[in-house]
Design a protein around this ligand. Structure first.
Ligand code: FA5
Length: 341
């Protein structure tokens, strides 16, 4: 038995010396594993005479330890060799290009609008997206049975404590009342934010879209200030050559009210699907803050006057980038979005 063990150890060690990393486990299985050769010898010890057994047991255990420790040594050696291989990798090969994200075109436009108004002293403030009917309508001179409510198809929010009073804001105008209630004039603010309407979605209408509200209140604010501010804005964002026109309109919370439109970027003013065949794209609604709204927030309308406007940010982005369908913005199509990075 002694010879048998010694021969086995010699053979196993010789083989181990040339075994690569991938075959090490196989070597172990064949010699010291559960059905390996050495294990077979160990099992045979039971059949020896009582006198032979102790020596054979010692020899077999010593052989097992030797093979196990030779295995560990070999493993260390081949691992060191393979990390040396890594060092040999050609570091001059080009690496993987990291994927870099970009800002959404609506975010870019929002930031630019904020910057343009910050330059003339308009501070940006936040206002809630989930709003009370009171702020979205009533404080804006639109009581419950007012026909002008049809201008804003509204998503109402279930609130068991105040049924029928909670909604997703249909415009950013509630910010007007919120800011005026908390601040004394002079006021110059903008409120960028998301709005929600139960719309028939088409090339220029989304059910979720962004608006930027503007509000200026002070003594002696006139329609000329509104016009000057809008013209400054249009030039700063679109350049000197963009045509803009202001037409009379109606909003219950402004008097007089108007709408600013810009020449259509798709047809250049001839009329197309995007501009509804008019040649003009509606950009914003505006007007002088209604005296009832001023009084409603505790301002003396004989002392103070103000102008307000609310613009659609996607519409501005469409005009800037020549986009012919508002629905592109929220389809998450990377082929579209990558063009703005
Ligand atoms: C309003 O929402 C008024 N609150 C604007 C206002 C503010 C008037 C202050 C007077 C004083 P209007 O519903 O017209 O008005 O919307 C204003 C702008 O939001 C539109 O000119 C348009 O650019 C944009 N807009 C309106 N509805 C949508 C829609 N469904 N999808 C995308 N943009 C829209």
């Amino acid at each position: 038995m002694q010879d048998q063990i010694e021969q086995l150890v010699a053979r196993a060690l010789e083989e181990l010396a040339g075994t690569p990393a991938a075959d090490l486990d196989d070597w172990r299985r064949r010699y010291t594993g559960r059905s390996g050769e050495l294990t077979g010898i160990l099992r045979g010890i039971g059949k020896l005479s009582a006198g032979e057994r102790p020596l054979a047991g010692q020899l077999a255990n010593a052989a097992r330890q030797r093979l196990e420790s030779a295995f560990e040594d070999r493993k260390t050696v081949v691992e060191a060799e393979s990390s040396a291989d890594v060092e040999a990798i050609d570091v001059t090969l080009p690496g993987y290009r990291p994927v870099v994200g970009g800002l959404h075109p609506v975010t870019q436009t929002l930031r630019d609008i904020r910057r343009v108004f910050a330059n003339i002293g308009f501070r940006a403030v936040d206002s809630p997206e989930v709003e009370w009917d009171e702020y979205n309508f009533e404080k804006l001179n639109i009581p419950r049975d007012h026909p002008a409510r049809d201008m804003w198809d509204t998503f109402f929010v279930d609130n068991p404590d105040r049924p029928g009073e909670m909604l997703l804001r249909t415009h950013t105008s509630p910010a007007q009342a919120r800011v005026m209630e908390q601040t004394d004039p002079p006021i110059r603010i903008i409120t960028p934010g998301r709005c929600y309407r139960y719309e028939d979605v088409d090339a220029s209408h989304e059910a979720t879209f962004f608006q930027v509200e503007g509000l200026a209140v002070d003594t002696n604010i006139t329609m000329a200030d509104l016009r000057g501010t809008l013209e400054y804005f249009a030039r700063a964002l679109f350049g000197e050559d963009r045509r803009i026109r202001i037409r009379g309109s109606y909003f219950p919370f402004t008097e007089p009210s108007c709408e600013a439109e810009m020449s259509c970027h798709v047809c250049g003013g001839d009329g197309c699907r995007v501009c509804g065949r008019t040649g003009w794209i509606e950009m914003l609604g505006a007007g002088m803050v209604h005296p009832d709204v001023l009084e409603g927030v505790g301002y003396d309308h004989r002392k103070y006057s103000g102008f307000a406007f609310g613009m659609g940010v996607e519409r501005i982005a469409m005009l800037r980038y020549g986009i012919d369908d508002i629905r592109h913005f929220y389809r998450n199509d990377l082929r579209f979005l990558r063009q703005f990075n």
